[in-house]
Design a protein around this ligand. Structure first.
Ligand code: URA
Length: 206
């Protein structure tokens, strides 16, 4: 029986909770980044995935297209994922902030904090076992360790409850200075190996 004192939105669960979540992200005004964005950039890949990849925030192309990692960094990321035989069915890509910071500056702590409840909700939809953090901002804002640089923590597993976190270099950094490309590749290999070890993907045929 319905109670007319309860708003209709509370009585009827949304038909598609994921789409409802994305719509709420698109309408978000929790921080001032909403004022200059073309659109919020929420995700690409699969809604449910064993691997969640988290970057810093949308750039110009992402803001145009409404999808994360579709510019030059995304091309490198996709090439590395494909080389590890990881297709879009096995990952979900997101960012610590969903709106483009003006001039591609790093998101502020306040902006990352304002966006966090949505990232947490997203995380609960995806239910990943393995998380790949791309770059220093993703590392510090996702883990809350604001003082340690990415160079110090990259390539080392962090186990948190039932999931595993791998921090690594951001592809944009590698595009500017390729000396750490091998390290990024090494970290992505560790991610693939972990997914195999957890029996979340079949072993690569040798
Ligand atoms: N860099 C990021 O960190 N995220 C994107 O979506 C694109 C570039």
């Amino acid at each position: 029986m319905s109670d007319s004192s309860i708003p209709a939105s509370k009585q009827t669960p949304p038909a598609n909770p994921w789409l409802h979540f994305v719509e709420r992200c698109e309408a978000c005004t929790a921080c001032s980044l909403n004022q200059e964005r073309k659109q919020a950039v929420v995700w690409r890949g699969s809604v449910k995935a064993n691997l969640m990849i988290i970057g810093e925030g949308p750039g110009e192309r992402e803001d145009e297209e409404g999808l994360p990692f579709v510019g030059r960094s995304g091309e490198l990321l996709d090439t590395l994922l494909a080389a590890q035989e990881l297709g879009p069915e096995s990952y979900h890509i997101a960012n610590v902030v969903k709106c483009r910071p003006p001039n591609n500056r790093e998101p502020s702590l306040e902006e990352a904090r304002a966006c966090r409840p949505l990232l947490n909700e997203q995380f609960r939809f995806v239910r990943p076992q393995v998380i790949l953090l791309m770059g220093g901002s993703a590392y510090k804002y996702f883990t809350g360790d604001l003082d340690t640089g990415i160079t110090k923590v990259r390539g080392r597993w962090i186990q948190k409850g039932s999931y595993w976190i791998m921090p690594t270099f951001h592809p944009a950094y590698i595009l500017r200075d390729s000396r750490n490309k091998a390290a990024l590749w090494e970290d992505m290999t560790k991610v693939r190996d972990k997914l195999e070890e957890l029996r979340l993907i079949p072993p690569v045929k040798g």
